[in-house]
Design a binder for this molecule. Structure first.
Ligand SMILES: Nc1ncnc2c1ncn2[C@@H]1O[C@H](COP(=O)(O)OP(=O)(O)OP(=O)(O)O)[C@@H](O)[C@H]1O
Ligand SMILES: Nc1ncnc2c1ncn2[C@@H]1O[C@H](COP(=O)(O)OP(=O)(O)OP(=O)(O)O)[C@@H](O)[C@H]1O
Ligand SMILES: [Mg+2]
Ligand SMILES: [Mg+2]
Lengths: 252, 252
């Protein structure tokens, strides 16, 4: 049974793309067949793998326009790790599908023909609550919310959970898998203040694994590789390896 | 002559809201009459001043709907520092004005009746390139782009400058004032790599002042105050004070 995750938060810069890239890489390394979907017009996930969004022959927008041929948009990036890229044209999708009855389930239709080829699919959402986030949630059955340990990101969670509830009306199987604390810095009191608030409010939903603030994560994107490839012993790489195990165990 | 700035970047989490709040606070402290405009449905700028977006009687959405009464949406937050708040309803503005001929200049019309009351107006944009960013650029005459010293944020600048050029067709007075390096960490090589690339490519457009990574900036938002109020001697507070001087000098 393929597990499809939406990685979402309307708060910008909380680590959505980094989580999709690095969790995806670790899951593939652990032997799972993984598909990543870049669902942000910024196409950071595509450039994070060293690809040029402008040269992608087919993208997630094409897959949404012609869902039955979505496999044409799949690019192999590593062993057992594929990507459906995005480019800036994706920004036009919201208006393009505005009158389509199935506007909110276009991505779901695009993933259906290819889902069986994978054990895990991770969708990287943009920093907004509209069309793209709704489509990502409608296509997924599980949700991971990266939570930067800062006040604005923490405040954003409630609003996001309201949208999740609304999407559950059209996608009843959709469930929260976990909240991942990111940019975690044990030395500062803000981190522990937000962590305490999150664990108190969301309990077991918050993953045990925290993603530390670690410049290697950002540096790796310059080379178009995952942090595990960039520096396997880094705090960032070890955290994503642990998160991969925790995510798999939560589904067992 | 009122200086109206759009503080924009489609990359999430680069420090747009923090810059508007803290630069605004420093400009007011230096004696300028300042208006801040929260133009992001997330309403982080509104909560950054300790206000509850849900209780705002009138918001920037009301001001866009009835531009002649925009002064009704103005809230005083500090001496010589006012705010036009936002709340989540703003997310509906894009569709609400979709067929309005003046959809791209609604914010400009809302600011016109009140501009003369201020020396500086700062508009905080959301992390996207669509309706809100276009409106912010159409309403402004100057642009500040916060540039987090990370690869994704650096890559976003070119795309943003393309949008700026397009908006200059409907707003010929619109000019770039500067690019502010944010989350700057002198100790790591990624910071200097991005700084070198930015100064080489954009030259004098990049402010001399850099905004260091400084947890006090994030902590201050918990208390609903500026970093200058939270800890005047912090690296963050001093940087915003210096940036305020540099912004004023650039307009002299
Ligand atoms: N654990 C980490 N430590 C240090 N830097 C990180 C970490 N995770 C991500 N980053 C960096 O922080 C920035 C924001 O992360 P990222 O782009 O993944 O967030 P996002 O939520 O996808 O942003 P957006 O809202 O723009 O899509 C990036 O430059 C990234 O390289
Ligand atoms: N110089 C800094 N040092 C440390 N933290 C900072 C700094 N500037 C901003 N922050 C924190 O980083 C996070 C991102 O900043 P901010 O919210 O201002 O960015 P933004 O570009 O407005 O984000 P969005 O794209 O979601 O609107 C916030 O939690 C903020 O408190
Ligand atoms: Mg992203
Ligand atoms: Mg903001």
């Amino acid at each position: 049974m393929t597990r499809i995750f939406a990685v979402v938060s309307q708060k910008g810069g909380v680590g959505k793309t980094s989580l999709v890239q690095n969790l995806g890489a670790e899951l593939a390394r652990a032997g799972h067949r993984v598909l990543l979907v870049d669902f942000d017009p910024q196409s950071n996930l595509t450039t994070g793998w060293g690809l040029d969004p402008g040269t992608a022959a087919r993208t997630v927008y094409d897959a949404m326009s012609a869902p039955r041929e979505s496999s044409d948009a799949i690019l192999p990036v590593r062993r057992q790790l594929d990507l459906i890229p995005a480019n800036l044209d994706l920004a036009g999708a919201e208006l393009a599908f505005i009158n389509a009855i199935d506007r909110n389930t276009r991505l779901r239709k695009a993933l259906q023909p290819v889902a069986d080829m994978y054990d895990v699919i991770l969708v990287d959402g943009p920093p907004s609550l509209g069309f793209f986030t709704v489509n990502a949630l409608a296509a997924a059955e599980e949700i991971i919310i990266p939570l930067q340990v800062h006040p604005y990101a923490y405040k954003a969670v409630d609003q996001l959970l309201t949208i999740v509830q609304q999407v559950q009306e059209i996608n009843p199987r959709l469930q929260m898998t976990g909240i991942a604390l990111t940019m975690y810095d044990r030395r500062n009191s803000l981190t522990t203040a937000i962590e305490d608030a999150a664990r108190q409010r969301f309990g077991k939903l918050v993953f045990e694994t925290v993603i530390p603030i670690n410049v290697r994560v950002a540096e790796a994107t310059l080379d178009g590789i995952s942090v595990g490839e960039y520096e396997p012993d880094s705090a960032g790489a070890r955290a994503y390896e642990a998160l991969a195990k925790e995510v798999i165990n939560r589904g067992a």
